[in-house]
Design a protein around this ligand. Structure first.
Ligand SMILES: *Cc1c(COP(=O)(O)O)cnc(C)c1O
Length: 432
C-alpha cells in the first residue's frame, strides 16, 4: 500500500487498486448515483442479508410454527446463535453476548439489573456529550429507584476547548465514592472520539464502581476486548457499522463474572432454554447473556443481522479497522490540504490521533455548514448533519472507496468556492 498520501486523483485510485477489502463492496446494495457516507447512522444493505431474510420468509410460509425449532437456524435459538457469532468482534466468549432488544431497551435492562443504590453510593456517572436517549434512560432508571435525577445523575462536561471531546482524566476525577454505576459511550457520536475503555474500566473498578459502555458507534468498525478489559456490561445497536438493517435487534454483553446476577427486567426468553416451555412461574434464568433477553427474537430482522455478520467475520475486524483508519486519515489529509481553515472556515472536530477516533470524520463549520450539507446531498453525496454545526462523513471500510473520499472533499471545495450553498435554505428539517 502507498505509504504517504497525495492530493491527486491517481493516489486515490492506486489505494483502491491495492485495497485488500475491495471485493466486499460488491456484497452490498449501493444506492445508485450516490456516494454513501452515512454508514455510521444506517449501514447499507448486504446481499447476504437479503438472502437470509428470503430464507426466513420461506420458512415462515412453509413451516409456520415448526420454524421455531426446525428453521435453519431455528428461530428459538437465533439470539444465542447470533450472539456467539458476534462474540469475536468484541473479545468475548460465546455465551457472554446475545442478539436481543434494541439499544435503549438493552440499556434499561442492564442498568435496571446493575444499578443498586446503597448507603452513600447512590449516583450514576455519565457525560454531557452522550446520545440523548441514553441520558433519558438513565434519568428514568434513577427515578425508578425513587431518587431525584437532578442530583443523582452526574454528568462530566465536554473538555476545555470546543466542548466536543471528553477528557478521561476528568471522568476519572468524577469517580467518587458516591457513584454506584458509570455508563459511557465507546465513541462520542458527534466528534467520533473513541474513549479509552480499558483505562476507564480499570479506574472505575479501583473505586468500586460498576461500568458499562454503549458501543453503538464502534462495534463493526473497531475491535473490542471486553473480557481482557474486564468491562462489566456493554450493549450496542446492529444498524450502524454492523449493517444489520433499520431498527434491527441490538446486542448485549455480560461479563461472565456476573452470570449469577438476576436479570430484573425479566422475560420468558431469559429462561434456561430446556425449561422455557415448562411454563413454570419461577424464573429460572440462563446463567449467561441469554438470561437478559426479555422477549421472542424477531426472526426476520435477526436474519438481516446474520447476513451482515457473515461479511464482517469474513473481512475480519482487524482488517476493517486498518482500512477505516486509512480512509479517515486520507479524508483529514485532503481537508487539511484542500480546505485551509483560514479560507474555508472548516475545522476537523475529531481527535487527530487515529487511535483516539472511530470511523467518521467530523467537519465543523460556520453559519453556512447546514447549507453546505444540503448542497452535498443534492449532488448525491450522503453524509449526515449533527446540530449545531457538524457534518459527519463516514467512509466505511467494507463498501466505500478512497476515490469516493477524494471526490467528496473535492466536491466540498467546489461547493464553497462557487458558493453553491447559497441556493439552499438556512432552516433545518426534522431528520438529518
Ligand atoms: C445509535 C445510538 C442509540 C440509538 O438507540 P436506539 O434505542 O437503537 O434507537 C443510542 N445510543 C447511542 C450512543 C447511539 O449511538
Amino acid at each position: 500500500m502507498t505509504k504517504f498520501f497525495e492530493a491527486n486523483e491517481h493516489c486515490a485510485l492506486q489505494m483502491d487498486a491495492q485495497d485488500p477489502l475491495a471485493q466486499f463492496r460488491d456484497r452490498f446494495f449501493l444506492p445508485g448515483n450516490t456516494i454513501y457516507l452515512d454508514g455510521n447512522s444506517l449501514g447499507l444493505m448486504p446481499r447476504d442479508s437479503e438472502e437470509a431474510i428470503r430464507r426466513v420468509m420461506q420458512e415462515w410460509k412453509t413451516q409456520a410454527i415448526d420454524g421455531w425449532l426446525h428453521a435453519n437456524p431455528p428461530w428459538f435459538y437465533k439470539a444465542e446463535i447470533l450472539g456467539a457469532l458476534a462474540a469475536p468482534l468484541v473479545g468475548a466468549e460465546e455465551n457472554e453476548v446475545v442478539c436481543t432488544g434494541t439499544t435503549t431497551v438493552n440499556l434499561h435492562a442492564l442498568v435496571g439489573g446493575f444499578y443498586h443504590p446503597q448507603g452513600k453510593r447512590t449516583k450514576i456517572l455519565a457525560d454531557e456529550l452522550n446520545f440523548p436517549s441514553d441520558i433519558y434512560a438513565l434519568k428514568g432508571q434513577i427515578k425508578l429507584k425513587n431518587l431525584p435525577a437532578e442530583n443523582h445523575l452526574v454528568l462530566v462536561p465536554g473538555a476545555a476547548g470546543d466542548g466536543q471531546l471528553l477528557d478521561e482524566n476528568e471522568i476519572i476525577a468524577a469517580m467518587s465514592d458516591e457513584i454506584a454505576l458509570a455508563l459511557f459511550p465507546s465513541v462520542l457520536y458527534r466528534s467520533g472520539q473513541l474513549l479509552d475503555m480499558p483505562l476507564l474500566t480499570k479506574k472505575a473498578h479501583e473505586k468500586g464502581i460498576i461500568i458499562g459502555f454503549d458501543c453503538s458507534h464502534s462495534v463493526g468498525g473497531v475491535p473490542h476486548h471486553f473480557d481482557q478489559w474486564d468491562v462489566d456490561f456493554a450493549f450496542w445497536c446492529s444498524y450502524k457499522y454492523m449493517n444489520g438493517g433499520p431498527g434491527s435487534p441490538g446486542f448485549l454483553y455480560i461479563n461472565k463474572k456476573h452470570f449469577q446476577k438476576e436479570p430484573l427486567l425479566a422475560g420468558w426468553f431469559g429462561c434456561v432454554k430446556e425449561k422455557q416451555f415448562d411454563m413454570s412461574l419461577d424464573f429460572e434464568y440462563t446463567r449467561g447473556a441469554g438470561g437478559w433477553q426479555i422477549s421472542s427474537p424477531s426472526a426476520l430482522s435477526a436474519a438481516a443481522v446474520q447476513g451482515a455478520l457473515k461479511i464482517l467475520l469474513e473481512a475480519g475486524i482487524e482488517r476493517i479497522r486498518e482500512k477505516s483508519i486509512r480512509l479517515t486519515e486520507y479524508f483529514i489529509f485532503l481537508v487539511d490540504r484542500l480546505l485551509p481553515p483560514e479560507k474555508y472556515n472548516l475545522t476537523i472536530a475529531n481527535p487527530r490521533d487515529p487511535e483516539r477516533r472511530s470511523g467518521h470524520v467530523a467537519v465543523q463549520g460556520n453559519g453556512n455548514i447546514w447549507r453546505i450539507h444540503q448542497a452535498l446531498k443534492a449532488g448525491g453525496i450522503i453524509p449526515d448533519f449533527r446540530p449545531p454545526n457538524i457534518i459527519r462523513f463516514a467512509p466505511i471500510a467494507l463498501y466505500n472507496t478512497f476515490h469516493e473520499v477524494w471526490q467528496t472533499v473535492n466536491r466540498l471545495k467546489e461547493i464553497i468556492d462557487n458558493k453553491e450553498y447559497e441556493s439552499f435554505p438556512a432552516e433545518r428539517s426534522a431528520i438529518t
